[in-house]
Design a protein around this ligand. Structure first.
Ligand SMILES: Cc1cc2nc3c(=O)[nH]c(=O)nc-3n(C[C@H](O)[C@H](O)[C@H](O)COP(=O)(O)OP(=O)(O)OC[C@H]3O[C@@H](n4cnc5c(N)ncnc54)[C@H](O)[C@@H]3O)c2cc1C
Length: 350
């Protein structure tokens, strides 16, 4: 079988890349080993334009967010399922210092405002040092996206559900041969598994573990994401996703009792409503030291590409950079220089 591209991985990155390439008439084959704890499966699916203690805008958000909103809307229409909705964050300030940090930014940052009905929220939460609304934020139905697109790929016979073993693959500058498949190029969208990929293992990756509790909170509305150190995010099946940790130093990917105890205690102090924890999930973010994605082709082996390094922001980065990579392949367009993996030309040429 002769095709255009092999794509390894069907998280958010491989999903958007295969969708974009297929729209351009390219024949792809997606190879994905199903795993319940991949980053895309455990993520809450939030697009938040401002982050951190200093409440600063995230990189390129003015471009990434509108693109993502349009892409998820269109993708959802094609799949016949809603994939995105606006769901603003209500940030409850735990200390007077936090209140001040937000107050300083309120005047200069249009994404921030003070809700007029702040007192309404105190029927569900214990009083805080004020509330700031981040508007707009977006919530993605990641499981619907991944499952619906997987079904489409399966129907077209464009999906192989197995572990891709690079040692069984002949990689040549002009072509890729994997079992009975001949492709022009192979593109790795393999998340943290790709940290060991022989072509890209010298990139400055950083492993980051994140955990979340899944809970039923029957009386809490699903209109907003509620934040106070932890986020309470409306999730699937009427449940809430509550997290997360950002762990740089860990020996196992298993959920930890420490995290569960800490979050349950935080919830009890903040939330007035009863809740029941029904699950505890954990996964690994494909993060990196630069906090910029890795997009493009290997400087020495031009048949090998990458769409990875999405870190904590896959929901906004993956749609845009899957599109740029497609434009690069189909029209020879340029890739954002801070995302193009060619910035590591020297390191990757070793
Ligand atoms: C707890 C947590 C919360 C998060 N919350 C958010 C959030 O709210 N918003 C946001 O934007 N981001 C969030 N993120 C980050 C986001 O999840 C990632 O940036 C994104 O999912 C990365 O997607 P990916 O497709 O690049 O990688 P992955 O999701 O890891 O997908 C890689 C896929 O490749 C497959 N694969 C890998 N190697 C092979 C192989 N050799 N053979 C076959 N298949 C293979 C894997 O099985 C997997 O399906 C969160 C992450 C975590 C851990």
């Amino acid at each position: 079988m002769t095709i255009d591209y092999i794509i390894v991985g069907q998280g958010i990155s491989g999903t958007f890349l295969s969708w974009e390439l297929m729209k351009r008439g390219k024949r792809v084959l997606v190879i994905d080993e199903p795993k319940n704890n991949s980053a895309s499966k455990v993520a809450s699916g939030v697009i938040n334009p401002v982050t951190g203690r200093r409440v600063v805008r995230t990189w390129e958000i003015e471009t990434l967010m509108p693109y993502a909103v349009e892409a998820y809307t269109r993708f959802g229409e094609e799949l016949g399922t809603g994939l995105i909705r606006q769901c603003n964050i209500l940030d409850f300030h735990a200390t007077p210092q936090m209140k001040m940090a937000f107050a300083e930014r309120l005047h200069e940052e249009p994404f921030l405002s003070t809700p007029t009905n702040e007192n309404d929220y105190y029927q569900w939460f214990h009083p805080a040092f004020g509330v700031t609304e981040i508007n707009p934020c977006w919530l993605i139905q990641l499981h619907s996206l991944l499952n619906s697109w997987r079904n489409e790929l399966r129907k077209k016979d464009y999906l192989v559900e197995e572990n891709f073993d690079i040692t069984n693959c002949s990689i040549q500058p002009e072509k890729i041969i994997y079992k009975d498949i001949i492709a022009q190029k192979i593109i790795f969208c393999d998340g943290t598994v790709g940290f060991d990929n022989p072509y890209f293992k010298l990139l400055p990756y950083a492993r980051n573990k994140g955990q979340a509790l899944i809970a039923a909170i029957p009386d809490l509305p699903t209109t907003h994401i509620f934040k106070q150190g932890i986020n309470i995010v409306p999730w699937q099946d009427g449940l809430f996703w509550i997290g997360s940790s950002y762990e740089w130093d860990f020996t196992t990917l298993a959920p930890s009792t420490d995290f569960q105890e800490k979050v349950v205690s935080q919830l009890k102090q903040w939330l007035k409503l009863p809740f029941t924890v029904v699950d505890h999930i954990a996964g690994e973010r494909p993060a990196n030291m630069e906090r910029r994605p890795f997009v493009g082709f290997h400087p020495i082996m031009p048949s090998v590409g990458i769409l990875n390094g999405m870190g904590t922001k896959g929901c906004s980065l993956a749609p845009y950079f899957a599109h740029q990579l497609t434009q690069y392949l189909v029209e020879g367009a340029t890739i954002h220089p801070q995302a193009d993996v060619q910035r590591f030309r020297k390191i990757l040429s070793r």
